[in-house]
Design a protein. Structure first.
Length: 565
């Protein structure tokens, strides 16, 4: 085992060996309710719900779920956007003794069907919106799904809601109510008295099945225990070390909570902190900026594409954003140029970290007081060890500065994949480290630099080419807003890089020759682009990360059609 050289880079106020207690997830909420009962927990479309009220809603929903048969071993699906139903439903399932299974509203029906069967989900909480209900109504007839519990988007708003707010997620659907299709409010028609199912072993007791997207094969359910989630929450508390104060913060939550980053940062950690969480069903740059200005938001977690949009919006420089104590970018690498431009405009440091579904979102962090390390995603979080292993599967550890696969261990790491012992074994090293699939290196001081995904690496004439490096260079071009680089077939080099580019509004379109000239001093010969394509929009995942899968599939199809012509 290598020395933990990152310890020398830790600031004096943060300790790698900080206590990380493993608890039932519901205790994290209960502690905040005890301390901040009358403080707003959720503010949805301008309508607050206090911690006391939220706790009562959770208990009543949990009792309603128990009446539907939820208990240990029963899996309940959440097919919901950023709304109070998700927050209530999540904690209610756990208090009822069940396990949460997260579902993405943007999944294709066959993907949803796979997850329902694989996870053994029999009950699904969703909304009576046309964007949600019809898919689940269909699956009620064709899958093992037995019961739908349907909410109305604005039913937890205490007063009038504008048509614009009510319609953010589209129109409602015509619902076939009956024994298999019930209203969310029915769960609440009780006094909240529960059958108690103690969590005696948080480290091993399953709390959430969080499916990994992947680029090939069927999605796998990462098993996240109560201990995984509570330790991740403790890690966040340790690395912030008082930057955010209990009972004083206002967090703007725009990311969809079915993603692990938003689930942990915006919901579990923020509620444990006693923060007021401002829920927005979708991201809109102007709305976000005005909320920060008007509501004096103190924390805004986002993904790179959101900060790209904010940095490009004129209101960023015009409004008062000085209430922000912290902005954090996660989910994907943050281009250095975007980070610097946003910090200059907003006046708030934009920090970057790395994590994934299997790490319960925490993995590395950038200390608030640290000097900039351009391109680095930070240091291992408290309690986690990171090793960089050779890409030849030998488990040989790479020296400082040498690239290899990032492998991680810690109390927040998944215990494996649901009903997939083969996938679990493949993902773990012989000494219990998780293989992340990220190509990275660690410098002499323990700072981690992620170069790319192993599966995204392009092999050009025998040389390894990393799209991340090319993307960073292209982002320096003044006309570029977003870029994704993939490998395409090349008859001479085997593979060659192609860039898909979205331009900034009003920017002049560069021709390929001028872009190549711009990149010549920034890239090696083996990294030179073979092609570029300008697009109005680039494909993204449900949480707003740039997605390469669609680009790879389109290029593969075009190549096959060309070969058959």
């Amino acid at each position: 085992m290598s020395a933990m050289r990152w310890l020398s880079a830790y600031p004096d106020n943060i300790h790698w060996d900080a206590p990380l207690p493993l608890k039932p997830v519901s205790e994290l909420l209960s502690q905040a309710v005890t301390s901040f009962a009358e403080r707003p927990a959720i503010n949805f479309l301008g309508h607050p719900i206090t911690y006391r009220e939220f706790d009562q809603l959770v208990n009543r929903a949990a009792r309603g779920l128990q009446d539907l048969g939820v208990k240990p071993g029963v899996h309940v699906g959440l097919y919901l956007p950023n709304c109070p139903h998700y927050f209530i439903g999540f904690f209610a399932v756990l208090r009822a003794g069940g396990t949460v299974v997260n579902y993405s509203p943007l999944d294709a029906e066959r993907t949803l069907a796979h997850k329902i069967e694989d996870s053994q989900t029999d009950i699904m909480l969703t909304l009576e919106l046309a964007a949600f209900y019809p898919k689940m109504a269909s699956l009620l007839e064709t899958s093992r799904l037995q019961t739908l519990v349907l909410g109305t988007l604005t039913e937890f708003c205490s007063g009038p809601v504008s048509e614009a707010d009510a319609g953010q997620l589209g129109p409602t659907a015509e619902v076939a109510w009956g024994p298999q299709c019930r209203a969310f409010v029915e769960l609440l028609s009780n006094d909240g008295t529960l059958t108690d199912y103690p969590i005696d072993d948080p480290a091993n007791q399953l709390a959430v099945l969080q499916y990994t997207g992947g680029t090939t094969g069927a999605p796998k359910g990462a098993m996240l225990t109560h201990g995984n989630i509570s330790s991740s929450c403790a890690q966040l508390e340790a690395i912030l070390d008082g930057t955010l104060q209990p009972g004083e913060e206002r967090v703007l939550a725009v990311l969809p909570p079915f993603h692990i980053y938003a689930l942990m940062i915006n919901m579990v950690f923020s509620l444990h902190l006693g923060a007021e969480v401002y829920l927005q069903p979708r991201f809109d740059a102007e709305t976000v900026l005005r909320l920060i200005n008007d509501r004096r938001i103190t924390s805004f977690p986002g993904v790179p594409t959101m900060f790209i949009g904010l940095a490009a919006h004129p209101l960023t420089a015009e409004l008062d954003l000085t209430s922000l104590k912290m902005c954090n970018s996660g989910g994907a690498p943050l281009p250095l140029d975007v980070q610097q431009r946003y910090q200059e405009l907003a006046g708030c440091a934009l920090r970057e970290g790395w994590g994934m579904t299997e790490t319960s979102t925490t993995g590395t962090f950038t200390p608030m007081t640290a000097e900039p390390h351009p391109g680095s995603c930070g240091l291992p979080v408290p309690g986690c060890r990171i090793r960089i292993l050779a890409l030849d599967d030998s488990e040989r550890e790479m020296p400082a500065g040498e690239r290899g696969e990032l492998c991680i261990s810690g109390p927040n790491i998944t215990r494996g994949y649901w009903q997939r012992d083969d996938a679990t074994a493949e993902a773990m090293t012989s000494d219990g480290f998780l293989r992340t699939g990220d190509v990275a290196y660690m410098d002499d001081d323990g700072w981690v630099y992620i170069v790319d995904r192993t599966k995204d690496m392009i092999l050009c004439s025998g040389y390894n080419v990393y799209p991340r490096m090319i993307e960073e260079a292209i982002y320096e071009h003044p006309a570029v807003e977003e870029v994704s680089v993939i490998g395409i077939d090349d008859p001479y080099r085997g593979q060659a890089p192609k860039a898909f580019i979205k331009l900034k509004s009003g920017a002049e379109t560069p021709d390929f020759a001028s872009l190549q000239a711009f990149l010549e001093p920034r890239l090696g010969k083996h990294e030179r682009l073979a092609a570029m394509e300008i697009r109005a929009e680039l494909p993204k995942t449900p949480v707003g990360k740039l997605s390469k899968k669609e680009l790879v599939d389109a290029e593969r199809q075009a190549s096959q059609q060309g070969a058959n012509a």
